[in-house]
Design a protein around this ligand. Sequence first.
Ligand code: MG
Length: 263
Amino acid sequence: MRIATLLLFSLALAADDKTGYTDTPLIPGQKWKVHDAARPHPPQVAPGRPLASIPAPADADVLFDGKDLSKWIMRSRKGETAPANWKVENGYFEIVSPKDGRWNMVTQEKYGDVQLHLEWMIPKEENGRGQAGGNSGVELMSRYEVQVLESFENVTYADGQAAALYGEWPPLVNASPQKGEWNSYDIFFEAPRFDGERLVKPAYITVVHNGVLVQNHRSYKGPAAHRINKPYVPHGEDSLSLQDHGHPVRYRNMWIRRLKDHQ
Ligand code: MG
């Protein structure tokens, strides 16, 4: 019995440790498979320092100002909700995973087209490998993920490293600093448009990681998913979600602006 448990545990670890797959479907419009083991990793670029920590402009919704989680609630995979309960200290909050499953933290407010600034950090003590290396994620409209992961030393499949559009596009370059250092994301996101059941325009995203352009107006093929291509399903504005992947990732200085064209 004990050997069987150990075996299962090692299998689970091995699954998280994978640096890619060969048995997944092709990504639509690309020559690579989802999490393709053969896909090249982008070159590493040391970001400039100090980190540009941009304060919130006047028309932003401040999602976290270092003090409290009043703009957030917890949401389970089944859709149950609870008061936001991740740990707040020293001007940041840290993911606290319950023992019985993972609960994302999501904004009470729903958003469409946005500009988003946030800062994140993988604590020094975090030693997991592959997708177990400080995994979280910024999920626009609770669907379209920008990956959060330790990617300075830790190797995983290219479309799953930090600043990847998970399962779709690796970043143009890898601007990850060492763990224990703060990162910034500046994200410019256009929500997908639907006409009834039909997709009229996909979601587009531009991502600046630590001052370096890493996703340049990329379109999403659909919501982020593991090992598969997930199709678009029509939806309206939705919460910004932070992914709980079981690791104590930290976040701070987070604000969001709704984008409106006044012409
Ligand atoms: Mg993730």
